[in-house]
Write a protein that binds this ligand. Sequence first.
Ligand SMILES: [Mg+2]
Length: 189
Amino acid sequence: MLDLTKQLKELKKLKNNLEKKDEILIVSDLDDTIFCRKEQLEDNELLRNNRWADWIRVILEQIWIENFIEKYYKWKSFPKTITDKMISWKDLILTAWEINLQTSKIKALNLENINHSIVWDWEKKPFELVRYVVEDLAYIPSKIIIYEDRPEYFIENKRLIEDFLWTTLEIILVEMIDNNSEAQIKRVA
Ligand SMILES: [Mg+2]
C-alpha cells in the first residue's frame, strides 16, 4: 500500500499558504460512474474474459484503441446525472488506467472541457486528488464530493485527506445499470 501521509509531506508547505473558499469541489471517476461499460462487456468476449489484469493489453494489442473508442464511445449517450453538476474549470474527472486510452474516451464522450487527471492505478487517486487541489485549483474548497463506483480508497483515506486539507469529504457510491438509465447514487461516507 502507498503511504499517503509520507506523500502528502511534499505538498504541506504549499497547502499552508492556500486560501479557503466556501465552495464545493466535485470529483468524479469515469468508468462505470459517468459511463457504463456494460455494453462493451456484453458485446465483446475478449473484453469480457479480460476484465481486469489483461484489459489494457487486450485493447492496445488486440482490439486497438481507435477501434475500441469508435465502437463503444463515439456518439454514445450516457446519463448526465453527474456531469451536469460539474463546472468545467474547477471540477475534476479523476480516472485510472492507460493515459491514451482514458484521454481518448474523454474526448469521444465530449468531456474534454472538464478538467481531468489520469493516474495509472486506483490506489493513486487519493494523492492525485490532494495534489490537484493544492497545485492546480490552488485554494481549499470547504467541501469535496466524490462520485465513485469503487470508493474504497477514498473511504480508507477520508480522515487523512480531511485533516490535511481542513475540508469535508462526502463520498458517493455510484451504481450504473446501463447508459440509458439514471445511475443509483448513495452516500457511503
Ligand atoms: Mg470506475
